[in-house]
Design a protein around this ligand. Structure first.
Ligand code: NAD
Length: 396
């Protein structure tokens, strides 16, 4: 079939297998061109098929030569429906890893469930012995609790009072005001249950109980802080409450793992276009302005540059981080630089529909958005008839 993008708001319901494979190749090429990362050996990435989790898996495999297990929730193609981007990404990842002789497996299913945790543990026992790095990069709108069976939904809302600010329709370039009403206490509770630290902790507890977590193992989850203009909708909003819970979980787990030389961190990453971040009001306009400023200053990074920097400068090698009291690693340091933020805020005040194309990088935002689904990628013939059915090698 001929596969074209079909968008509905911030969702694209199609994905292009060749485009996704090309995107993976580019990320791999970037990592291979950098200095080798010293460690880890066996890595489990939960939420491994897109965005930061995928870039973490690529950095571990192609930057450090690690064996990797990727857990993710993606769908295969069916009839006239293409597979999801994460499916095609993972198929390409597995192929490239095999070509380099790296051991890797993919597990498709709900990471929140006991069944997938048990399956992962069985795979580690059978093939890897132990894992020495566990990356937790799940971003989901829903979670069913494995013990109570309750299904929680996360919302992106302010807490306490309503929040109004500029927002962007990145398809049309229209900048308008939006007002988001505050979350109820119940919505806060449910968002923490989905995006907070409980599931991360369950993974580490179960890996430890099964004796498949190596002594001295490291675990990392991801968070975002961002500038004050987005604090009401992010840092101080429902998602920020969940991230606070995640950060508290890191502190508890770090204390727990420290007795065996292990470490737990939350890495605070840069704002980037991913399937999750495009769903947040206000943030896409901020990201567009940020891209423009960071590109002008030669500071722009994508997920892969961020993750390579996390691995090579913070987690491994000389001067590797030890978890301080906060357990936070800041690789949002370039985004939060004073000169960057001053310039972004100056533009923010001036941004309207008429000048958004000049003051912000709308084209860069769109490009990244379509790239997420394998579209607008150089060297891909989008008019060609292509089979959407692609197998993921090494699926467990
Ligand atoms: P993403 O949507 O690109 O990736 C989410 C991953 O989670 C995918 O691999 C998906 O398959 C997987 N997933 C979702 N539900 C699952 C389930 N039930 N079981 C198994 N896998 C599941 O998201 P992202 O933006 O890369 O976000 C990853 C983390 O990084 C999140 O914690 C997010 O808050 C954080 N972060 C993102 C940004 C940003 O700007 N995008 C910035 C800082 C931190």
């Amino acid at each position: 079939m001929i596969i074209q993008p079909k968008t509905r708001g911030f969702i694209c319901t199609t994905a292009h297998p060749e485009g996704c494979a090309k995107q993976i190749e580019q990320q791999i090429e970037y990592v291979k061109a950098q200095k080798k990362i010293e460690g880890p050996a066996n890595v489990l990435v939960i939420g491994a098929s897109t965005g930061y989790g995928l870039a973490s898996r690529i950095s571990a495999a192609f930057g450090a030569g690690a064996n990797t297990i990727g857990v993710f929730f993606d769908k295969a193609a069916e009839g006239q429906r293409t597979a999801s981007a994460g499916w095609y990404n993972s198929a390409a990842f597995e192929q490239q890893a095999a070509e380099l002789g790296l051991k890797s497996h993919s597990i498709v299913g709900d990471a929140f469930s006991d069944a997938i945790k048990e399956k992962t543990i069985a795979l580690i026992k059978a093939e890897y012995g132990t894992v020495d790095l566990v990356i937790y990069s799940v971003a989901s709108p829903r979670r069913t609790h494995p013990v109570t069976g309750e299904t929680f939904s996360s919302v992106i809302k302010p807490v306490g009072t309503a929040y109004s600010n500029k927002t962007l329709n990145f398809h049309t370039g229209e900048v308008s005001m939006t007002t988001i009403e505050p979350a109820t206490e119940e919505e806060v509770r449910q968002t923490i249950a989905v995006m907070g630290g409980e599931d991360w902790r369950m993974w580490i507890d179960q890996l430890q109980a099964a004796d498949v977590l190596a002594d001295g193992a490291t675990t990392v989850a991801y968070s975002y802080i961002g500038p004050e203009i987005t604090h009401p909708i992010y840092r101080d909003g429902t998602i920020g409450q969940a991230k606070h819970d995640l950060e508290q979980t890191a502190i508890q787990m770090n204390n727990l793992l420290a007795s065996k030389g292990g470490r737990a961190f939350v890495s605070v990453n840069k704002a980037l276009v991913t399937q999750s971040s495009s769903a947040i009001p206000v943030v896409p306009l901020y990201i567009s302005a940020l891209y423009e400023v960071m590109k002008e200053k030669g500071l722009h990074e994508n997920c892969i540059e961020q993750m390579y920097r996390l691995f090579s400068e913070h987690l491994y090698g000389e001067g590797k981080a030890t978890a301080d009291g906060s357990c936070l690693i800041r690789i949002d340091d370039w985004e939060m630089r004073e000169d960057v933020q001053t310039e972004v805020m100056k533009r923010w005040d001036e941004l309207t529909t008429d000048n958004a194309g000049e003051l912000a990088d709308l084209e860069g935002y769109r490009q990244d958005f379509f790239n997420l689904f394998g579209f607008r990628t150089d060297g891909v013939d989008y008019e060609a008839d292509i089979d959407p059915n692609v197998d993921i090698p090494n699926m467990y």
